[in-house]
Design a protein. Structure first.
Length: 324
């Protein structure tokens, strides 16, 4: 099966080492449209290319970028940096809201949201031929506001219409992943096609097992975001879950941005490769388990026909320069 990247279709088996949740660029949509002089696109492009070249040199082959409406998605920009770096970059479509829908969608039937997302998958995004490879939806600690539920249900319907998988933003400290699963399942979604994002923000292993036991993948995707939870307990949780047999349900990433318009330190995108994977190896997490979390699970999320472990697949982290 081929999956859509910003440079065109790529065989899912060729994705290699994958960071499942990173952002190429995040910027305010109203601000960048209304005050474009405040944004230096060429400086941003050179900065992003420089940072992604480091990621590629570390052995990463593919990035999933869940930047959607509300986060400043610009697929032409993403394509330009993919051309410069040679990385496979998969982009998303979705309606990102934590409380209320944008006014355009709030006053219209949900089918308008569904049709917009389906078009991004089947025709192209923002007037280009770049197609979305997955869907993104968010639910925070506030839970299911009426508009958040509408967005979740529209996302589920777009998934059923297109077959592309779903990634969520969630608040695990409030057990939001289970709530998201309830809504998506009620719409007929196969929960194995869903990544519940930001699961690494909690040490509640019972909650994580509950989410995984319903079939979804766990996004252990915020390493280096220590303002929410330090890296060491995040690592401990991954080890505990692997020991409990859930390596085939986890994906590791940082949820970092190469360029972002808020005043905040830029977090590294190679921490998982440089620090987490060697420590997992030291703590007894096997190469097969590490390969699952960084190479194979994302392929199963994108293409349900892919086996968890394909005996003929010779792609391993040990083949990458720093992902060992």
């Amino acid at each position: 099966m081929a999956v859509d990247t910003v440079l065109g279709p790529v065989d899912v088996q060729a994705l290699g080492v994958t960071l499942s949740h990173e952002h190429v660029r995040v910027k305010g949509e109203p601000e960048s449209v209304q005050f474009p002089h405040l944004f230096d696109d060429e400086l941003a492009r050179s900065t992003v290319i420089e940072r992604l070249e480091v990621v590629a040199a570390a052995g990463v082959r593919t990035i999933c970028d869940p930047t959607v409406l509300g986060r400043g998605r610009d697929v032409r920009f993403v394509r330009s940096v993919a051309e410069a770096t040679g990385l496979n970059i998969l982009v998303a479509t979705g309606i990102y809201t934590l409380d209320v829908l944008p006014r355009f969608f709030a006053g219209r039937p949900d089918a308008v949201m569904v049709d917009a997302m389906v078009r991004d998958v089947e025709v192209g995004i923002q007037g280009t031929d770049i197609k979305a490879a997955f869907l993104k939806v968010a639910t925070e600690a506030g839970g299911l506001t009426p508009d958040v539920e509408r967005a979740l249900r529209a996302t589920a319907r777009a998934h059923l219409a297109t077959g592309v998988p779903i990634m969520t933003h969630s608040s695990p400290t409030n057990r939001i992943g289970l709530l998201q699963q309830d809504v998506l399942a009620s719409e007929g979604v196969d929960l194995s096609r869903v990544i519940i994002g930001h699961c690494g923000d909690t040490q509640d292993v019972d909650y994580l097992r509950s989410v995984a036991d319903r079939g979804s993948f766990l996004g252990m995707d915020r390493f280096t975001l220590e303002s929410i939870l330090a890296n060491e307990p995040r690592l401990d949780t991954v080890v505990r879950m692997a020991e409990a047999g859930y390596a085939d349900r986890m994906m590791l990433s940082q949820d970092a941005s190469c360029d972002i318009d808020v005043i905040t330190p830029i977090r590294p995108m190679t921490y998982v490769l440089d620090e987490v994977l060697p420590e997992l190896e030291r703590r007894g997490v096997s190469q097969q388990e590490r390969d699952l979390m960084m190479i194979h699970n994302v392929k199963r999320w994108l293409d349900p026909s892919v086996a968890a472990v394909n005996p003929g697949d010779t792609t391993h982290l040990s083949d990458s320069p720093r992902a060992v």
